[in-house]
Design a protein around this ligand. Sequence first.
Ligand SMILES: [Zn+2]
Length: 144
Amino acid sequence: MIKRLTKCVECGSKDLVDFMDSMEHKEKDGRVFVIENIPVLKCNQCGETYQSPQASKYIDQQLEIIKNEGFENAAKEIIKSKGITQEQLGNMLNVTKQRVNQILSDGNLDAQTMIKISKSVNEPVDKLFRFRRIDKRGDKHYIV
Ligand SMILES: [Zn+2]
């Protein structure tokens, strides 16, 4: 368990509340993406926010979706949560562990591979791999 922050590091206040933060991310091509719903602790006194390790993981996932133009490869997390190791998955798919690792972080998989994985781990394809819509509002992009 990660210990929850009880006191603001900046001002010492104990008035910390859960807050959904957002941040902007600029892609190399100049497009600005807004990452919403980042769970943080916010100090009611000075306004400082603190991200949990879960928050940074969430941000990484969102950045991955942005990089892959909306394609969300959730297979890695789901397979891990089912207790299936990459080695076991490799055996099921008849590929090396290295290839499994590659597949699970790939943003551009072919349908055949996706279906194979879905069958191997007994989870629906659209749960493992999703296309998220990216909305342009004004000059900013949002993942919806
Ligand atoms: Zn504070």
